[in-house]
Design a protein around this ligand. Structure first.
Ligand code: PRP
Length: 181
C-alpha cells in the first residue's frame, strides 16, 4: 500500500516542523531557566515529537513515558485507561507533560490530574497540535506548536487506526482512506 496516495494535502513539511520545534524548545529552555525537568511523554502519539523536541532543549532532563488509552464511544466523557504508568518519582520535580495533540482535552486534562496527585513541584503541558474546535472540557496547553483546524490529520506520530505514524510530515487524510469501522 502506498501511504502517500492516501494524503490529500501536506499541512506541515518536515522542515516546517523542525523549525517550529526549535522555536518551542528555545522558549521552554528560557522559561525553565536552568532548572532540572522531568519530561513525560504520553504514548503513543507523542513519541516522535518528544524525541525531536528534547534534542533542542539544553537543560538537565530526564524522560519518562505514560501510555494511556481512552474509550470515545457514547456521549459520556472518555474513561482513561493507564496501560503503562510512570517508572520514576516526580515528587518535588518540575514536570513537562508532552502530547501530540489536544482535541477534546480529555487525555491531557486527566493525565495532568493523575500526575498532580504525585506532588510535582510544577506541572506544565506541551502539545504539537491544538485543535480548539474539538474541545469538550476546559483545558489549555502551556506550550503549543500549532493551532489546527477541524481536519483529520496524520503523520509525525499521529495515526489513523494505528497507521501513518511514520510519515515524516503532517497531512490531511483523504476521505477515501478513512474506512468506517
Ligand atoms: C490521541 C492523542 C492524544 C489524544 C488527544 O491519543 O495522542 O493523546 O488522542 O485527544 P483528546 O484531547 O480528545 O483526549 P489516542 O488515544 O488516539 O492514542 P495514541 O496516542 O496511541 O494515538
Amino acid at each position: 500500500m502506498n501511504y502517500l496516495s492516501d494524503i490529500k494535502e501536506i499541512l506541515y513539511s518536515p522542515r516546517d516542523i523542525d523549525e517550529r520545534i526549535q522555536g518551542l524548545a528555545k522558549q521552554i529552555q528560557t522559561d525553565y531557566n536552568g532548572e532540572d525537568v522531568v519530561i513525560i511523554s504520553i504514548l503513543k502519539g507523542s513519541f516522535i515529537f518528544t524525541s525531536d523536541l528534547i534534542r533542542y532543549i539544553n537543560l538537565r532532563l530526564t524522560i519518562d513515558f505514560i501510555h494511556v488509552s481512552s474509550y470515545r464511544e457514547g456521549m459520556t466523557s472518555k474513561e482513561l485507561i493507564i496501560n503503562k504508568g510512570l517508572s520514576s518519582n516526580i515528587n518535588n520535580k518540575h514536570v513537562l507533560l508532552i502530547d501530540d495533540i489536544i482535541d477534546t482535552g480529555n487525555t491531557l486534562k486527566q493525565v495532568k490530574e493523575i500526575l498532580t496527585k504525585e506532588n510535582p513541584l510544577s506541572i506544565k503541558t506541551c502539545v504539537l497540535y491544538n485543535k480548539p474546535s474539538g474541545r469538550k472540557v476546559e483545558m489549555v496547553a502551556d506550550y503549543v506548536a500549532y493551532d489546527v483546524g477541524n481536519y483529520f490529520i496524520v503523520g509525525y506520530g499521529l495515526d489513523y487506526n494505528e497507521k501513518y505514524r511514520n510519515l515524516p510530515f503532517v497531512g490531511i487524510l483523504r476521505e477515501e482512506a478513512i474506512t468506517k469501522i
